[in-house]
Design a protein around this ligand. Structure first.
Ligand SMILES: [Zn+2]
Ligand SMILES: [Zn+2]
Length: 126
């Protein structure tokens, strides 16, 4: 079974993931763009029981980040952990998006991920 590790830029926040993700996606929405400071977010969702972390994160709107270096890390509910996959230690990863959200806001120089479901907006409205 796969085990993945990640950390923030300064190393104060670390985490690990056991087993297979529930889903892997890319999101081009305004929230993700502004919050990440980049053109899209590459994220994965695991059952909360598969996720463990150490170090003190700060939180804004449920999104956790390192208060020292500012790395955006993850968001957790009782059921799920959503991880920003750029924080994984090893790259490239073996994780491939199965869906893309808010493709109407995708940069024109980016191509759709082959085989990934394409949603104009959120999964519900797409
Ligand atoms: Zn940090
Ligand atoms: Zn988004």
């Amino acid at each position: 079974m796969a085990r993945l590790k990640g950390s923030c830029r300064c190393g104060r926040i670390t985490y690990s993931l056991e087993g297979e993700p529930t889903r892997i996606g890319i999101c081009h929405c305004t929230d993700c763009r502004q919050e990440s400071g980049s053109a899209f977010t590459f994220f994965g969702v695991w059952p909360a029981s598969s996720f463990s972390t150490s170090g003190e994160t700060d939180v804004h709107n449920g999104r956790r980040f390192c208060p020292t270096c500012g790395s955006r890390m993850f968001a957790c509910t009782d059921d799920e952990a959503e991880i920003k996959l750029g924080t994984l230690t090893d790259a490239p990863t073996a994780l491939v998006p199965t869906y893309e959200l808010w493709v109407k806001r995708r940069e024109k120089w980016l191509s759709p991920v082959e085989g990934a479901d394409q949603y104009v907006e959120d999964r519900r409205s797409g």
